[in-house]
Design a protein around this ligand. Sequence first.
Ligand code: 5GP
Length: 121
Amino acid sequence: MSGTLFTKIINREIPADIVYEDDLSLAFKDINPQAPIHLLIIPKKPIATTNDMEEGDRELIGHLFLVASRLAAEMGFAEQGYRAVMNCNEHGGQTVYHIHLHLLAGKAMGWPPYTDKLKQA
Ligand code: 5GP
């Protein structure tokens, strides 16, 4: 089956620093971290963008957030806090078309999150 590089990570065809796995999901360290802790939590089911989620994916998407909150507790940053976000398509900054929850932690993050790139668009 063809797929994005995240499918290859799920299938162990390319390496990743995997921190969690279950039947539905996989979590691994982002190769280009934007915070001291930057994990990607992905469904094993390949869904290209958040626009492509279906009713039947309701439980799966909720599961990704539950995994994020459990990892935050286990890794010790739940109390200090974190950001969990999904980017969609070009203006959202999506580059890999297999939905993924970014879990960022370890520093205080600013808000709003956008950069000049989006302001100019
Ligand atoms: P997006 O921009 O689509 O929201 O996020 C894609 C993320 O995947 C980026 O943060 C990027 O650093 C990460 N990424 C891209 N290629 C790889 C890879 O081969 N391995 C890992 N672990 N992360 C990757």
